[in-house]
Design a binder for this molecule. Structure first.
Ligand SMILES: [Zn+2]
Length: 68
């Protein structure tokens, strides 16, 4: 039994939601967040449910999901 391949973005597998810590497999609103800091080249990726990220973002900011 193999599940249909899910979008994982720049990393090879889905990351846990950085807001709720929950599994993101099967989530339709999965997003990948890239974090960088000057002046280095290091980058870090965070996975999240868009709905959960929206809850913690400042008023006026919102993550929209667009079907690819
Ligand atoms: Zn979540």
């Amino acid at each position: 039994m193999s599940e249909p391949r899910e979008w994982t973005g720049a990393v090879s597998e889905r990351l846990r939601c950085c807001i709720c810590g929950g599994d993101t497999r099967g989530a339709d609103d999965y997003i990948l967040v890239e974090l960088t800091a000057a002046p280095g080249q290091a980058r870090q990726w965070f996975g999240a449910h868009a709905a959960h990220l929206n809850e913690v973002m400042a008023p006026g900011f919102k993550t929209d999901i667009h079907e690819a």
